[in-house]
Write a protein that binds this ligand. Structure first.
Ligand code: ADP
Length: 378
C-alpha cells in the first residue's frame, strides 16, 4: 500500500511515494522552474515527476497506490479534516484563495492536473491549518473591529500544522509518555518558520496568523512587524500593496537583513566578519527567544521543547543560542548532545534540565500519507 503525496507550489512541485504503515519512501523528488523552459505548467511538472518515477522503475499502476494526498496550505474555517476532493471542494478551495493568494492557487492547479492524470484514485486534501483549528479564541482572535473580522474571516489560522502535529506526537513517543499528558513547544525552523504551544495535546497558541507571514523571523519573510509600517510605506514611499507584500514575503527576514537566507551561507558570512549577516542572525535569535519565553508563560508548565525542519534539525548554533542562559527557566542544553548529528529524534538537554529539549526530524509527507489512509480505508 502506497500513497502519492503532492505539494504543489507556484514554481515547484514536490512529490513522494510513501508507504504509510512503515514510513518507507519509495521515491521523492522536486520539479522546479515551473513556467520556464520545458516545464511550461503544472501539467508538465507532474508528467515530468511521473517520468522520473518511471526512470527509477516505479510505474504508477504497479505501485499499489491507494490515494493521492495533496498538501493545501489554507483550509479557512471550514476545512480541517483530511477531505476527499471533488469538483465542489475544488470550487471552495478556489474561493479561499484570497486568504492565501501565494499558496492556494498553485495547490489547486496541482490538484486539477493530478485528478486529470490519475482519475481512478481518491484524491485527499490535507490542510496546513488543520492542527490549529481548535486554537482557543483568546489565541485565535486579533484585537480588531469584531464585525469586520467576522465578515472578512480575519483570525489567526496557524500553518505548518501537519509538522507541529507530527513532531509533537513523535516527541511524546520518544519520551514514552501519553500525548495528552505533555505540554510542548515545537519550533519548526525551515525556510518558513513557526512556533507552537501545545497543552495536553491541544494547540494553545501558534506564531503564524491569518497568513504565513506572522511570527518568527524567516528565511525571506519578516514575521511580526508593526502594521503601521504597511500604511507608512503605502502613503510615504508610494509603494503598491503588491510591492509591499512582495517585499515582506520575498525580500525580508534573514535574507532582507543579511543578504542570505540559507543558514549555512549566513554562518560563512558571519565567520568572515560580515556585520549585516551578524545582525540578521541576532534579530532571528532574539525573536525566537521572545516566542519561547511567551509560550513558557502561555503553558505555565512546559515538559518538552522540540526543534524541527531544515534549520531546527541542522543548525547547532541556532539551537544553542535560542535556549542558552535559561537555566533559571528550567532549560539546560548539553553542548555535546546538541553538537551530535542524526536523522533520529534525540535529546539535547542535560539530565538535570527540568524541560526536555529534543531535535525531532519532521516528515510532512509521511503525515499526509497517513492522514490519507485514515480517509480511504474503512
Ligand atoms: P522549507 O521551509 O522550504 O521546507 P526546510 O525545512 O527544508 O525548508 O529548511 C530549509 C533551510 O534549512 C535552508 O534554507 C537552510 O537555511 C537550512 N538548512 C538546511 N540544512 C542545513 C544545515 N546543514 N545547517 C544549517 N542550516 C541548514
Amino acid at each position: 500500500m502506497t500513497v502519492l503525496v503532492v505539494n504543489s507550489g507556484s514554481s515547484s512541485l514536490k512529490y513522494a511515494v510513501v508507504k504509510p504503515d512503515t514510513g518507507e519512501f519509495l521515491a521523492d523528488g522536486i520539479v522546479e522552474q515551473i513556467g520556464e523552459g520545458p516545464i511550461a505548467d503544472h501539467d508538465a511538472a507532474l508528467r515530468s515527476a511521473f517520468d522520473s518515477l518511471a526512470a527509477d522503475g516505479l510505474h504508477l499502476d504497479t505501485l499499489g497506490l491507494v490515494a493521492v494526498g495533496h498538501r493545501v496550505v489554507h483550509g479557512g474555517k471550514t476545512f480541517y479534516r483530511p477531505t476527499p476532493i471533488d469538483d465542489a471542494l475544488v470550487t471552495k478551495l478556489e474561493e479561499l484563495s484570497p486568504l492565501a493568494p501565494l499558496h492556494n492557487p498553485p495547490a489547486v492547479l496541482g490538484i486539477e492536473v493530478a485528478r486529470k492524470l490519475l482519475p481512478d484514485l481518491p484524491h485527499i486534501a490535507v490542510f496546513d491549518t488543520a492542527f490549529f483549528h481548535d486554537l482557543p479564541a483568546a489565541a485565535a482572535s486579533y484585537a480588531i473591529d469584531r464585525e469586520l473580522a467576522e465578515r472578512w474571516k480575519i483570525r489567526r489560522y496557524g500553518f505548518h500544522g501537519t509538522s507541529h502535529g507530527y513532531v509533537s506526537r513523535q516527541a511524546a513517543e520518544f519520551l514514552g509518555k501519553p500525548y495528552e499528558s505533555l505540554n510542548q513547544i515545537v519550533l519548526h525552523l525551515g525556510n518558513g518558520a513557526s512556533a507552537s504551544a501545545i497543552a495536553g495535546g491541544r494547540p494553545a497558541d501558534t506564531s503564524m496568523g491569518l497568513t504565513p507571514m506572522e511570527g518568527l523571523v524567516m528565511g525571506t519573510r519578516s514575521g511580526d512587524i508593526d502594521p503601521g509600517i504597511i500604511s507608512y510605506l503605502w502613503r510615504t514611499a508610494e509603494m503598491s500593496v503588491e510591492e509591499i507584500e512582495s517585499m515582506l514575503n520575498r525580500r525580508s527576514g534573514v535574507l532582507g537583513l543579511g543578504g542570505e537566507n540559507d543558514f549555512r551561507k549566513l554562518r560563512e558570512l558571519i565567520g568572515s566578519g560580515d556585520e549585516a549577516a551578524q545582525l540578521a542572525y541576532d534579530v532571528y535569535i532574539h525573536r525566537l527567544r521572545k516566542y519561547v519565553g511567551a509560550y513558557l508563560a502561555v503553558l505555565g508548565r512546559t515538559d518538552v521543547i522540540s526543534f524541527t525542519a531544515g534549520v531546527g534539525e541542522n543548525a547547532v548554533t541556532v539551537r544553542r543560542d535560542a535556549l542558552t542562559g535559561l537555566t533559571g527557566l528550567g532549560i539546560e542544553i548539553d553542548e555535546d548532545l546538541n553538537a551530535s548529528a542524526s536523522r533520529e529524534p534525540r535529546r539535547i538537554s542535560t539530565e538535570d534540565s527540568a524541560i526536555t529539549v529534543l531535535v525531532v526530524p519532521t516528515n510532512e509527507e509521511l503525515a499526509i500519507a497517513q492522514a490519507c489512509v485514515e480517509v480511504v480505508t474503512p
